[in-house]
Design a protein around this ligand. Structure first.
Ligand SMILES: C=C1C[C@]23C[C@@]1(O)CC[C@H]2[C@@]12CCC[C@@](C)(C(=O)O1)[C@H]2[C@@H]3C(=O)O
Ligand SMILES: O=C(O)CCC(=O)C(=O)O
Ligand SMILES: [Fe+2]
Length: 350
């Protein structure tokens, strides 16, 4: 059984795209951080992504419709306690407030998947990203001990509790989406098969994102996280109360996803696009930075087991349709994505 860590270990990541800028020393964005105006243009579109109440008796149908038209929705009444979310927010602030030298002690390695650093997509853009992140898979204890030798347990407990809660919510949503499409329980036996008590079986990641204020983003020409799709099956994102997340809608352009108190932003990733034979799309999104306030967000990415063979579900979903993607394991798709980034899905089309 392959693990997520092993897959990332086999892909050497360029060392010059891991270390974030020293935000204590560099207060205005250097030229290498400035994106062309045409790339950052926002549509100003007012219509916004659907908001769904999970307690609504018709929630399943609303989710299916939202995913077919938008690929993303905001979720309320999800059952995750606000105190747990606040604890995560407090730990994120504590982490990113540490001096740069301290954070660099847990820098992600060129073969690594967890720790501090720029997001993995940084290598795909010629411009730099105004961002610092920290990736957790399972227990973050080894890193937490280095950051807070005498006070690391709180961070670990909070991150582990949150991952457990997210795993439950992700599996609930996935089951509900599949069943609404007529995919039977038999075909989703793998759901819930991973076990987060042992680090060998983890197929999920928690990404903590920090976007320090960028004093000169008048034209929004500095990017926190460049345009991307998530590789995951499903992503559950919590954004604070500061604007930043935008999605790309065909025929419209970039649309803001306004922060909504208490809500999670839920989107499908590439793996769901493959399984659904492109009935559901993996939404393109990005995060822009704020001129005066530091923005935080945290995203939970849920994947099937790494050896799971992704084959489009053609019968239940799009009856009689031919598969649009060739079958491959999750780990092979992660390799394809590493080498092809935004063309990964089209490169596996039949
Ligand atoms: C499971 C994962 C998805 C992710 C790569 C990772 O191993 C952990 C970090 C995740 C993240 C977060 C920011 C955007 C993103 C594209 C990136 O560069 O790192 C995603 C990755 C992904 O979806 O491929
Ligand atoms: O910060 C955000 O709003 C977006 C984060 C994101 O897209 C990610 O972590 O993959
Ligand atoms: Fe994302």
């Amino acid at each position: 059984m392959s693990t997520m860590n092993e897959i990332y270990e086999s892909h050497l990541y360029p060392s010059d795209r891991i270390v974030p800028v020293d935000f204590e020393a560099v207060r205005t964005a250097p030229e290498s951080y400035v994106w062309p105006k045409s790339d950052v243009f926002s549509s100003g579109e007012q219509s916004s992504v659907p908001v769904i109440d999970l307690m609504d008796p018709n929630a399943t149908e609303h989710i299916r419709q939202a995913l077919e038209t938008w690929g993303v929705f905001q979720l309320l009444n999800h059952g995750i306690s606000s105190s747990l979310i606040e604890e995560v927010e407090n730990e994120i602030r504590r982490l990113f407030a540490l001096p740069a030298q301290q954070k660099l002690k847990v820098l992600r390695s060129t073969h690594g998947s967890t720790g501090y650093g720029l997001p993995r997509i940084a290598k795909n853009f010629s411009q730099h990203l105004w961002h610092e992140g920290f990736t957790v898979m399972g227990s973050p204890v080894d890193h937490a001990r280095k950051l807070w030798p005498h006070d690391y347990e709180r961070f670990c407990d909070v991150m582990e509790n949150y991952q457990k809660a997210m795993k439950g919510l992700a599996e609930r949503l996935i089951r509900l989406i599949f069943l609404s499409l007529g995919i039977c329980d038999e075909e989703i036996r793998w759901l819930g098969s991973s076990d987060d008590s042992g680090s060998n079986n983890i197929t999920a990641a928690l990404q903590l994102n920090s976007y320090p204020p960028c004093p000169d983003p008048d034209d929004g020409q500095v990017m926190g996280l460049g345009p991307h799709t998530d590789t995951s099956l499903i992503t559950i994102l919590r954004q604070g109360d500061i604007n930043g997340l935008e999605i790309f809608k065909d025929g419209v352009g970039w649309i803001l996803v306004p922060p909504l108190a208490g809500a999670f932003v839920v989107n499908l990733g590439d793996l769901f696009q493959i399984l659904s034979n492109a009935r559901f799309r993996s939404v393109i999104h990005r995060a822009v930075v704020n001129g005066t306030r530091q923005r935080y967000s945290f995203a939970y990415f849920y994947d099937p087991p790494m050896d799971f063979v992704l084959s489009p579900f053609c019968n239940g979903l799009n009856s009689g349709q031919a598969p649009r993607y060739r079958s491959m394991t999750v780990k092979d798709y992660i390799s394809v994505k590493f080498n092809n980034f935004m063309t990964a899905l089209s490169s596996i089309e039949i």
